[in-house]
Ligand binder design. Structure first.
Ligand code: ZN
Length: 820
């Protein structure tokens, strides 16, 4: 395309990449969203648009405020400007009054919080001693809601306070929280380790507990969700002990299975409120696929730079815009480019454009949120930290640089744009990555396909046993007791296991029933972390000022804070001079490099135990397996990437400990004899065949993630080949797999969440779909959208057969036929 007039070749960016200086800046006439869209039409931006879809506006569906609502609560609504309720809010009130648990799964900005606040306010007005517990996945969200809730209680004339109880709550406030507060805001981790084990001190709170609210329910997936479900089992048990049976209310962003997910977490039936009665304006959604700039390698123009240009157009035209990047590095790079580009525009100095991401300290985040609401900030570049419902006021446009990995995630991001009935815009700029290109090829899926489901496994034995210990510490188990919806046999089996290990001690109770008492001195909750990534962050200290500038979680530290890494923060660059791994401190110094760094990770999968094996019924039988594996990841080095050109300008080594995880994997083995004879027949080296297998794995990984409707980042992939010099030589792997090249797809959360077994069940269909997808790709010899580009291994004999042809011929050779 020729985005700005001139079409001739320039020094960089052949064939009119959407980037570089050739595009004319906007005439000052283009104001507002419609102006930008019209200008994009004129200048040819739409030539690269794969999807242009407008979701029609939706009128409000309302219901009158019920007469029976207490006067104070009515006044609080009036003070907020609420004159009638949306239909889903009215239904929520009815359900709450009937004591029925429910989950609200309506879009962003549809008045979800009123769905739980309203029945709770009504209850508090009628019963002064009533209590409610609100749980949020992060401390920041709880603090955010505390203010709003306090105001609401005040306006309703209710004496009940609202207080956040987390690790930062001071001692005297803790006493108030326990004894007097009507609404307690906290997080699952605090409930688990700070409240439930001390429930006797909270007797009054639990005895009067009428409601439990679980906000952002969609974030409790995988291991975290499985833990939460067990914390809820413990909570119900403690509440019952104190004589209460609270109503549970969940609130979730769009996911495919809100009801099922809520029922798994709560262990009881819930009603789903999925239809929003809130009005929305027309939402236009564009998928922009940057043009191919290198036909041979299938490389497209930079999606980051494209996202920056589109955003700059919007911001210059006065459209408040939110930009989402895929990683912290991506966010910082875009922030720098945007500031560079917009500097000098009236009102668009550096202060008008900010980044917002997880690593920022709370007070930096609060300041950014406030400036966004006040309009001093015109553009925010964010990671998914903003997906959580933090209050940032209204924005008109959202630009996603790269596909967020799931349809649900994409709509959650687009949902940040749009105020009431005014039009809004969501733009997805696709990268060259396979999944992005899959979306660009079939963009209709964005609108039509079902969104992903959230999955948990509360009965995962590893997790369950930990919580049974905590539960036994909190209250002895008696024969016939239940633990949520866990089958009685499983409960008794687990208690038998704990008895055997001396953790609980069975005795005969007064009425002859068996009672299991906690039998050790240790205090179990402290040893159990609800999140696979610990809370214990690393702090980042600026050596020049001796100030802490940010924090980072343990896992990210490995890739972002190794020594010599360029750590980017608020568009400044720092170099990590020293990483004190023991004490969780990284010492950095301000630098002005012309590059940033990205880490290179080596992953090794070792089979511990095969649970199931099978043979694919093809002409050349291929063995597949399902079982437990260890995944060891280690950051081995880093690359220096030059700003703007994104050239690779150097490498360095990294020496950090390994990260280890036990999980479940699916594997597919190609026998050495097959590889050898195929290489011979094709006249290529063995390495070329293994390289083709890597391409096959890349394609299988994407297709598996799509088929499972999960974020591909939840599914790990690796190829183990004992003859590959890049691979390690774990004794377990050799014993189990011999020397045969093996493709692994594994659950990327410790213990697994059931992805690998589903791949095992669908193995044949998956392989056939993979073949169809590779064959159907438009490229010649392989591209990032299918099996990766045909580069990377320069060995003699490699070039005789292009990579893609080799993959397809290999599939022919095993008898996986061509698809017509
Ligand atoms: Zn391709």
């Amino acid at each position: 395309m020729s985005a700005g007039g001139s079409t001739g070749g320039s020094r960089r960016g052949p064939r009119g990449a959407f980037g570089g200086a050739r595009r004319k800046p906007w005439a000052s006439g283009a104001r507002g969203l419609q102006g930008v869209l019209a200008e994009w039409e004129r200048s040819g931006v739409f030539r690269n648009v794969a999807l242009d879809h407008t979701a029609p506006p939706r009128p409000a569906k309302t219901a009158p405020i019920p007469e029976a609502l207490p006067e104070g609560v009515r006044q609080a609504l009036t003070a907020k400007g609420v004159e009638e309720l949306y239909a889903h809010q009215a239904r929520a009130l009815e359900l709450g009054r009937a004591g029925r648990s429910f989950v609200v799964a309506t879009p962003t900005a549809s008045g979800k919080s009123l769905c739980y606040n309203l029945p709770i306010l009504e209850t508090l007005a009628a019963e002064p001693d009533a209590r409610a517990l609100y749980l949020f996945p992060t401390k920041a969200l709880a603090r955010d809601q505390e203010e709003a809730l306090k105001a609401l209680l005040r306006e309703a004339g209710l004496p009940h306070g609202a207080i956040t109880f987390d690790g930062d709550t001071p001692g005297d406030a803790r006493r108030v929280a326990k004894e007097r507060s009507g609404v307690l805001l906290s997080n699952p981790d605090m409930l688990h380790a700070g409240i439930l084990p001390h429930h006797t001190g909270w007797a009054r709170f639990f005895a009067n507990l009428r409601y439990v609210v679980l906000d952002e329910l969609h974030t409790y997936r995988g291991v975290f969700g499985s833990h939460l479900a067990n914390v809820v089992r413990r909570l119900k048990r403690i509440a019952a002990f104190h004589g209460a049976s609270p109503t549970f209310v969940g609130a979730s962003a769009t996911i495919g299975n809100p009801g099922e997910h809520a029922e798994r977490i709560l262990g009881e039936p819930v009603e789903v409120l999925a239809e929003s009665g809130a009005p929305t304006g027309p939402r236009r959604v564009l998928v922009y696929n940057p043009p191919v700039v290198n036909e041979d390698l299938g490389i497209r123009a930079s999606y980051l730079k494209t996202a920056v240009r589109l955003t700059a157009d919007l911001v210059k035209a006065g459209v408040p815009t939110l930009v989402f990047g895929q990683s912290r590095n991506g966010v910082e790079v875009m922030l720098k480019y945007l500031r560079d580009r917009l500097r000098g525009e009236p009102g668009l100095g550096d202060e008008a454009i900010h980044a917002y991401r997880g690593g920022y300290l709370p007070k930096q985040r609060r300041a950014i949120e406030a400036s966004l609401r006040s309009g001093d900030i015109r553009c925010v570049v964010a990671t998914n930290a903003l997906e959580l419902g933090i209050d940032i006021g209204s924005l008109d446009a959202v630009v996603c640089a790269g596909y967020p990995g799931t349809l649900a995630g994409t709509w959650q991001r687009f949902g940040r744009a749009g105020r009431r009935e005014s039009p809004s815009l969501g733009v997805l700029v696709t990268s060259s990555a396979p999944l992005d290109q899959y979306v660009a090829r079939e963009p209709g899926r964005l609108v039509d396909a079902p969104v992903e489901e959230a999955r948990i496994d509360p009965d995962n034995v590893e997790i369950l046993v930990q919580h049974l210990k905590c539960a036994a510490f909190e209250l002895p188990f008696e024969e016939g007791d239940r633990f949520g919806d866990l089958p009685v046999e499983s409960l008794e089996e687990a208690l038998g296991f704990l008895t055997h290990h001396g953790v609980v001690h069975p005795t005969a109770g007064a009425d002859g029933r068996q009672v299991w008492h906690w039998a050790t001195d240790a205090y179990p909750a402290n040893g159990v972390s609800l999140r696979s990534v610990g809370w214990d962050n690393f702090v980042i200290i600026d050596l020049d000022t001796d100030q802490t500038i940010a924090e980072m979680d343990w896992r990210s530290t490995h890739t972002m804070l190794h020594e010599q890494a360029i750590y980017q923060h608020a568009a400044e660059q720092y170099q990590v001079e020293r990483l004190d791994y023991e004490n969780h401190k990284a010492y950095v110094r301000r630098v002005k490099p012309d590059y940033y760094t990205t880490a290179m990770t080596h992953t090794k999968v070792t089979v511990l135990e095969e649970d199931q094996g099978a043979v694919l019924p093809l002409q050349k039988p291929l063995a597949v397996g399902l079982g437990e594996v260890t995944v060891v990841s280690k950051v081995v080095g880093y690359k220096k990437i030059k700003f703007h050109t994104h050239e690779n300008v150097g490498y360095g080594d990294v020496h950090l400990p390994e990260m280890q995880m036990h999980t479940t994997a699916f594997w597919l083995t190609f026998p050495e004899a097959l590889i050898q004879s195929f290489a011979l027949r094709e006249g290529v080296q063995r390495a070329a065949v293994v390289d083709a297998l890597r391409g096959l794995l890349d394609a299988m990984h994407v297709l598996a993630a799509m088929g499972l409707m999960v974020d591909p980042r939840d599914l790990g992939k690796t190829l183990e080949d004992q003859q590959d010099p890049a691979a390690g030589r774990g004794p377990g792997a050799e014993a189990a797999r011999g020397f045969d090249a093996t493709l692994f797809l594994y659950d990327r959360v410790p213990g697994g969440i059931g992805l690998a077994p589903r791949i095992f069940d669908e193995r044949e269909a998956l392989l056939r779909r993979t073949r169809a997808s590779i064959q159907g790709c438009d490229c010649g010899s392989g591209c990032p959208a299918c099996i990766g580009p045909d580069v990377g291994v320069d060995m003699e004999g490699m070039r005789s057969v292009p990579r893609k042809a080799l993959v397809l011929r290999l599939l022919d050779a095993v008898g996986l036929p061509q698809v017509h």
